[in-house]
Design a protein around this ligand. Sequence first.
Ligand SMILES: Cc1cc2nc3c(=O)[nH]c(=O)nc-3n(C[C@H](O)[C@H](O)[C@H](O)COP(=O)(O)O)c2cc1C
Length: 205
Amino acid sequence: MDKTAFRPPVTVAITGASGAQYGLRLIEALVAADHAVWVMISKAAHLVIDTETDAALPARPERLAAALTERCGARAGQIRCFGREDWMAPVASGSGAPSAMVICPCSTGTLSAVATGASNNLIERAADVALKERRKLILVPRETPLSAIHLEHMLSLTRMGAVILPAAPGFYHRPVSVDDLIDFIVARILNQLAIEHRLLPRWGE
Ligand SMILES: Cc1cc2nc3c(=O)[nH]c(=O)nc-3n(C[C@H](O)[C@H](O)[C@H](O)COP(=O)(O)O)c2cc1C
């Protein structure tokens, strides 16, 4: 498959906050929109995925890519996965990283690491690259209640140009299923990325 046939890549990192379904659905939606998707899943996120979903996702990047490709009905080469310390991955450098990255869901641990520039693993490094290159960076935190530490990190990241998009679905569209709630958040992320979708009608439609 000619990889140039895909729309531009979007980096999706799934970290160990509750709400793994948001991240998995986001990958599906990006695949459906014909974008290449570059995926990183933290160790804690694998535990959350096992706890919250029936998705059996292997940890090793090549196997993970194969499993996600099958799960999402992606084309060959559309989904690429990178490991925790895969420093040679394109997302690790401003010269190779996509123009947009979403951390969904985003644990408060990763939120803190990104806010302080820790770059101790590839997810944190990729987010650091997005910030330094002034690219689109969307973080989808899920925690409640929020401490002053969480709030201060969210404020500093917003001031740095990142988008904080809490996993807090609305109810005015009368959701009847968990899928409706998940799609509410995924639709908001796609709106931020300016990617067309039909997950939810836009306000006023
Ligand atoms: C089932 C489960 C649910 C969790 N839910 C949350 C959560 O909602 N928000 C959060 O910030 N951390 C949550 N955690 C804790 C994080 O996984 C933990 O802080 C971890 O170190 C995050 O690592 P990561 O950022 O590298 O993924 C949860 C952990 C487990 C096992």
